[in-house]
Design a protein around this ligand. Sequence first.
Ligand code: NIG
Ligand code: FE
Length: 388
Amino acid sequence: MATAITDIGTLLTCDPSLGEGPGGVLRDAAVVIDGGRVAWVGSTAAVPAADDAYSARGRALLPGFVDSHAHLVFAGDRTAEFQARMSGRRYSAGGIRTTVAATREATDEALEANVARFVGEALRQGTTTIETKSGYGLTVPDEARALRIAARHTPEVTYLGAHVVAPEYADDPDGYVELVTGPMLDACAPHARWVDAFCERGAFDADQARAVLTAGAARGLVPRVHANQLGPGPGVRLAVELGAASADHCTHLSGADVDALAGGDTVATLLPGVEFSTRSPYPDARRLLDAGVTVALASDCNPGSSFTSSMPFCVALAVREMGMTPDEAVVAATRGGALALRRPDVGRIAPGSRADLVLLDAPSHVHLAYRPGVPLVAAVWRGGVVVH
Ligand code: NIG
Ligand code: FE
């Protein structure tokens, strides 16, 4: 059954071949959806006959957000750590261990309820595809259960046993890498699509991260890397060297890092919720875009460094703080995320793509940045079905 959505004031297709600019913008547009897919895109004046019609009444339609980086399987929160930071304390990845302790203690039901809550919260804010990671278990059974729970909510599941060295291995980090690349990988690989490592001082060095990522790749998992978040380092170049789908954070980049990203096809995923919540300088999206790097925006939703599931908030931060135009930011939050997850079926509104759509209570997507903090998402379709 085909439905025509007509009278769309601004349609951001995120397919430059369909409209104006990097967002492929069309005005007074219409979209026909059929069988969960987009069947037709064009002007309202030319819309073909459909079984059903829905008027957007001049409002904006864009693809569902693709949040390509989140950590949703955890228990507890770190309010006190946030409060301390807002009184001047620096963020340290050491806080991850607080969440590891709480997560290990939690029942499966409690973890599952948390994931469902955050996925639902994200959906109501327009996120129709979300990635999520393990990384707060750090034992074989705890990592495997995190991935099993995550996989019940999204196909985009990432094995992050290499988040930090588990407390039991504090004196033997290489022993922990052997666990992560051996028995833990055996238990986790069947439940995941991606493998990730936090390559940073205080977490894993380049050799350790390379060992984890190549072991995962040998088991069919595609690498993505937490890189250059807290300081300069080898993470971004390692990601490009390994052909990772994405290098995430990219906050502290050298010229060589930017050149490496520009010369490869690793997406640079920027996570401005982290800089907001850790009161740190934002990554320079303008520099990356000007160098020709593909940029994605994601939430990094986690209880430590970025406790937001809101892609509209990330878009607003990217425009205000990172030198992105509103079109670039929304494209990065949709098509960019889809590229970072190697998902050609989502992140744009084009014939054949999945009918994941967000209708705004606003005449254009620019209002996501222009009216920060305002709940502008009026309706969400996922696979052609109205889900909000
Ligand atoms: O992406 N960088 C490492 N991991 C998370 C932080 C996790 C935490 O603080 O609990 C991140 O920022
Ligand atoms: Fe992260």
